[in-house]
Design a protein around this ligand. Sequence first.
Ligand code: RP5
Ligand code: MG
Ligand code: MG
Length: 279
Amino acid sequence: LISYQSKIDNLKPDEIVYRTFVPDDKVCWSVKWSDYKPKNYTAIKLLRDKPVWADVENPLDIKNWNQIDNQTDRRSHMGVYEVVDGIPINPSGRTGIAGRGQLGKWGPNHAADPVVTRWKRDTNGEKIFDPKTNKPILQFVSIRRLDTNEWAIPGGMCDPGEKISQTLKREFMEEATDCLGQNSEAREKIENHLSQLFENGVELFRGYVDDPRNTDNAWMETIAYNFHDEDDTVFKNFALTAGDDAGSVTWMDIDGKLKLYASHKNFVQKAAELHSAHW
Ligand code: RP5
Ligand code: MG
Ligand code: MG
C-alpha cells in the first residue's frame, strides 16, 4: 500500500493500489526479475487538481533529466540516474510501485530538513546526562506529521529556485512556529529570533530519503542541517507552535530507541554524534 493513499485520494478499499512485495534481495535493479510488473499509480489529487508545484502528467513531455530544468532541479544527489524510455528510474532500486505516486515531480523531489537541537536541562539549567551512557541528552524539535501521524523533522519540499538555506528556515517556521497562522508583525518577531541560529548550520546528510511516497519513478532526496542552540539563548523565551502540515510539535529527547518518519532517525543520530551526545 502506498502510504495514506486512501486518505489522500478518498479511495474506496477496492480502489487502493497496492505495492508489489519486493524482497530485500530483489531491490537492486541489477538483480533479474522478469515478472516484475508493478502497478502504476499517480495520485488522483495530482491528476485532477494539477497543482502548480507538480510536473506535467506525461513524463515523456519532460526532456531535461539530470539537469536544472527551468526552476526545477532535476539533478540527483546520488549522481546521474537512468532514464529508460523517457522515464526516470529510482537509483535506490525497486519500490513495488510505478508512476509518480503522491509526489509532485517525476525523478528526484528535493527537500530540506532542519534538525534544531538544544541540551536537555533540569530546572536549574544544568544538562541532564543519561545514566547508562553518561552522556548529555540532546533534544530536537520534532513535529507530528498530519499525513502519517508519525513524528518527524519539520522539513519540506524546496520551492522552485529557492536556496536550501531558505527552505530550511521557511519549513521550520511554518511547521514548528506556525508563522503562516500569524500576522506579519508576529512573523517578523519569529524570524528575528531564529535568524542567527539559522546562519550557523552544519550539514548532516545529503542524499536519498527512504520516504513512504517513493516509487520506481519518483523519489525524495534531502539535505539535512543541524542548527544547535548551545546555551538555550534562542529557545529560552520562545514557545514552539505547530503549523501547516504539522499536528503537534515538541522538544524530543534524542535516543537510539526513537521511531521517526522515513530515514529521519539517521539524521538525528548524526546530530547526536556531532555533539557527542547520548544515543
Ligand atoms: C521527507 O519528506 C524529507 O526528509 C522531508 O522531511 C519531507 C518533505 O516532505 P513534506 O514534509 O513536504 O511532505 O522525505
Ligand atoms: Mg511543510
Ligand atoms: Mg513537511
